[in-house]
Design a protein around this ligand. Structure first.
Ligand code: NI
Length: 185
């Protein structure tokens, strides 16, 4: 289908609350999922939310083979998650670096729940329920934030921990890191 333009921070469409999907059989949903897959693959991203390509629906896609920050973590197969809900499994938080295709070239330190359970539906409307930890849990929280109009810089608690990835890398702040949407440079 098509690689779509990824909206950048500052575009008001990224700040909107997206609508739930109600028709899982529609041709529009099928085409959206193909475009999201193609766009994520073209950018080598770990995840993408529909609002990032200007579609205000509660749809995210994510998946990755390996992550240098969590080398022991099993890969997450390509996942389509529609109308998601996230619930933390406990109070444990973890702070790590994130990046976003909508905030290109930048990184920030973001606290997230270490372990979550997420529920939602696949592309055929079948319910799913998954428990996730570490980077998998971080990616899901990052992508689902997009559905509520939240970008990760809004979750950085100290703005000294937000900056251009090349400058942060030169300063030794992170090496490889665990960016979410935005692939390592
Ligand atoms: Ni993002």
């Amino acid at each position: 289908m098509a690689v779509r333009e990824v909206l950048k921070m500052g575009d008001p469409r990224l700040a909107e609350v997206a609508r739930p999907v109600t028709d899982f059989a529609s041709a529009e949903l099928g085409a959206l999922l193909v475009d999201m897959h193609d766009t994520m693959a073209a950018q080598n991203g770990a995840g993408l939310a529909a609002p990032q390509i200007g579609v205000p629906l509660r749809v995210v896609v994510f998946g990755y083979d390996t992550n240098p920050r969590y080398p022991e973590a099993p890969p997450v197969p390509p996942t389509i998650l529609i109308n998601p809900e996230i619930e933390p499994l406990d109070d444990a938080m973890e702070t790590d670096w994130e990046g976003c295709l909508s905030v290109p070239g930048m990184r920030g330190l973001v606290p997230r729940h270490l372990a979550v359970r997420y529920r939602g539906f696949d592309q055929r409307g079948r319910p799913m329920e998954v428990e996730a930890r570490g980077f998998h849990a971080r990616v899901v929280q990052h992508e689902c934030d997009h559905l509520d109009g939240v970008l990760y810089p809004q979750r950085v608690t100290d703005m000294r921990d937000f900056g251009f990835s090349d400058a942060l890398a030169r300063a030794g702040r992170f090496a490889g890191g665990a960016p979410c949407d935005d692939p390592p440079e």
